[in-house]
Design a protein around this ligand. Structure first.
Ligand SMILES: Nc1ncnc2c1ncn2[C@@H]1O[C@H](COP(=O)(O)OP(=O)(O)OP(=O)(O)O)[C@@H](O)[C@H]1O
Ligand SMILES: [Mg+2]
Length: 409
């Protein structure tokens, strides 16, 4: 029980309790800024509560910091979502898309949790873009359901559009306008205007590192990397929670690719939910929390890159160049649990003797290998690992390589 020192204190505590009740009722995920002073009674005794709709059904109540005390809380009525609170921003249930006799997406189900960076990895024609297009409502599935932010895409297409930012595989920009003009144009389509739009454009130009000189040129003079960045900026104009990126780094040189990875990482850190489509296994491995490997319209494997790689029963080689190879050294290495075989080998190219260690888990046993070698008084000049990659996962599941598919085209 509270011991009230004054009526004001009592009113304050009650008001806060009411706020908490109301917050629970509407499913708010935070009440912040409850630093309310009770000592000052004079003058400014209004209560100022802003109720913001952040994303789908998660309203947020914010009590302004300069509130002196609370007398009465008039929360605006909150439109309640008919869907239950949902931790998955994307839910795909048995989605199929047929184009005449092609089944582009074949009975795919998957969930993407809020804040997750989810990779769709697969060769050309796997169905990645078709799935992405269905996720943003650009095309309708033949069967199955898709929910974004808890909303069924077919029942609430406008709501879903608000939540989504889409960077399509084919760049959509006006060539005869510069970056700023493109952003202004698309911003207006999203209902932004005036100072708010201007500020957002400058924020995004900075975020995507488009310099002022380039910003003034027509898009037609931009490099592929720059166009991609403008396209990303367009997708972020309305501050969407969920971002779909369809092959954002395809065709980019390594420098531009890394710059884009940085942008994607930053969005991920900000808590955005991201679906990244790629046919580059290093990209999926480097960036994604979860990866769905797609082939011929189906998801053939799903998990974190580490989990997927662990499923492949493949032998790896650790190649060590020590300053000398002795029987004692080979024996010490052989004793390590997880080592299948170790042997002396001669590298024809480098003209050096190497120690080869065959294991199923190169990365896991590497520390033991290093300490075993050092323990027999041998110096290590270099170590190299052959790792199992997502490419190997794809090969072990399909018998083909991701790259092979591309080369055939
Ligand atoms: N509008 C369409 N009409 C007919 N077939 C289509 C259509 N769109 C896609 N397809 C077919 O669906 C399959 C999947 O195509 P999709 O573009 O989704 O693949 P993807 O994984 O994105 O490939 P890429 O890596 O080349 O972008 C392909 O066989 C493609 O030819
Ligand atoms: Mg595609």
């Amino acid at each position: 029980m509270h011991a009230f020192t004054s009526e004001i204190e009592k009113a304050r505590v009650e008001a806060i309790e009411r706020t908490i009740e109301k917050a629970k009722e509407i499913g708010a995920n935070a009440i912040i800024g409850m630093d309310i002073e009770t000592s000052n009674m004079g003058g400014n005794n209004h209560v100022d509560i802003r109720n913001r709709y952040r994303s789908h059904n998660r309203a947020r109540i914010e009590i302004l910091h300069n509130v002196k005390y609370l007398v009465q809380i008039n929360l605006p009525s909150v439109e309640r979502d008919t869907e239950p609170m949902n931790l998955n921003d994307i839910e795909v249930d048995s989605i199929t898309k047929r184009f005449e006799d092609t089944v582009a997406v074949d009975n795919v189900s998957m969930n993407v949790a809020r804040g997750e960076l989810f990779g769709l990895l697969g060769p050309n024609g796997a169905g990645k873009s078709t799935l992405t297009k269905m996720l943003c409502g650009m095309i309708n599935p033949t069967s199955g359901t898709i929910k974004v932010g808890g909303y069924n895409i077919q029942d609430n297409p406008m709501k879903v559009k608000e939540l989504l930012g889409v960077v399509p595989q084919d760049i959509v920009l006006y060539d005869y306008m510069n970056a700023r003009e493109n952003l202004a144009f698309f911003g207006k389509l999203y209902g932004l205007s005036g100072g708010k739009l201007r500020n957002r454009i400058e924020e995004l130009l900075k975020f995507t590192q488009l310099d002022e000189k380039a910003v003034k040129r027509h898009i037609s003079t931009y490099s592929g990397g720059m166009k991609r960045r403008v396209n990303i900026a367009v997708a972020l104009l309305h501050e969407p929670q969920v971002i779909l990126l369809d092959e954002p780094t395809a065709g980019l040189d390594p420098k531009n690719k890394l710059a884009l990875w940085e942008i994607i990482r930053t969005l991920h850190k900000e808590g955005k939910t991201i679906i990244l489509t790629t046919h580059m296994m290093d990209e999926a491995e480097e960036l994604c929390d979860q990866v769905a490997i797609m082939d011929k319209g189906k998801i053939i494997a799903l998990g974190s890159p580490r989990q997927l790689v662990k499923k492949v029963k493949m032998e790896n080689t650790i190649t060590v160049v020590p300053d000398k190879i002795t029987t004692k050294l080979i024996e010490a290495v052989q004793k390590i649990s997880g080592v299948k075989r170790s042997y002396r080998s001669y590298d024809e190219n480098e003209k050096i003797e190497t120690l080869k260690i065959i294991t199923k888990r190169a990365e896991d046993i590497l520390p033991d290998v290093v300490s075993a070698i050092l323990s027999v008084g041998t110096k290590i000049l270099s170590v190299e690992l052959s790792r199992v990659t997502l490419e190997d996962v794809f090969i072990s599941l399909t018998g083909r390589s991701l790259r092979e598919e591309e080369e055939q085209l």
